[in-house]
Design a protein around this ligand. Structure first.
Ligand code: PRP
Ligand code: URA
Length: 209
């Protein structure tokens, strides 16, 4: 059974199309990235454990489900992953937040680590790793390596757009993790940018360039 889940919800599709549009400015881009983060978190947390508690409605008492208190973490890949964090936290407000800093070398496209700060007890946490773009897959593979070194067992990588090459690389390097993808695009270009993609996600979220 595949551990990769491609979103098929029309709301996600519509919002990704708006993100691609070069006329979408920073404010709307940021809002859309957060909203897609919420919708994808809803999918990624679909199997959270529940337990039954006694609840008394105005009509009758009954046993009903509540979340069983699973520890959660959200660990975005800096910078662009940060854009999805608030949207994810809207679905699971008690999750702890860590950060992994990676940047791609402009020539080799290989990732370089510059920061890692994680919550305690990562071995007990279901960990969502958001990054809007999965291009060559190098950053995602390294981020998951770093999390596994800290003992993480239940890792759920979440991206808005993936290139087929990067998705394959991540699936092969880490067949045990779950991968949530908004849309799989056509290919990478000679600069390892996703085609058609949306350009540089970090620059569009933060208004840099
Ligand atoms: C982008 C993106 C991913 C990475 C994907 O970040 O947010 O982290 O590239 O590329 P890959 O799959 O080929 O590794 P970038 O390195 O541009 O850093 P930024 O978020 O700070 O702009
Ligand atoms: N990083 C981005 O932000 N966009 C791409 O297309 C590839 C990597």
């Amino acid at each position: 059974m595949s551990n990769t889940f491609i979103m098929d919800h029309p709301l996600v599709k519509h919002k990704i199309t708006l993100l691609r549009d070069e006329r979408t400015g920073t404010k709307d881009f940021r809002t859309l990235v957060g909203e897609i983060g919420s919708l994808m978190a809803y999918e990624a947390l679909r199997d959270l454990p529940t337990e039954l508690v006694l609840v008394k409605s105005p009509v009758a008492q009954s046993m009903q489900p509540v979340l069983a208190g699973k520890k959660l973490a959200v660990v975005p890949i800096l910078r662009a992953g940060v854009g999805m964090v608030d949207g994810i936290l809207a679905m699971c407000p008690s999750a702890k937040v860590g950060h992994i800093g990676l940047y791609r070398d402009e020539v080799t496209h290989e990732p370089h680590e510059y920061y890692c700060k994680l919550p305690e007890h990562m071995d007990e946490r279901l960990t969502i790793v958001p990054d809007p773009m999965l291009a060559t897959g190098g950053s995602a593979v390294d981020a998951v390596n770093m999390l596994k070194e800290k003992g993480c067992k239940d890792i759920r990588f979440m991206c808005i757009i993936a290139a087929p090459e990067g998705l394959k690389r991540l699936e092969e390097a880490h067949p045990d993790i779950k991968i949530y993808v908004g849309c799989v695009d056509e290919k990478l270009n000679e600069n390892a940018y996703i085609v058609p993609g949306l350009g540089d996600a970090g620059d569009r979220i933060f208004g840099t360039k």
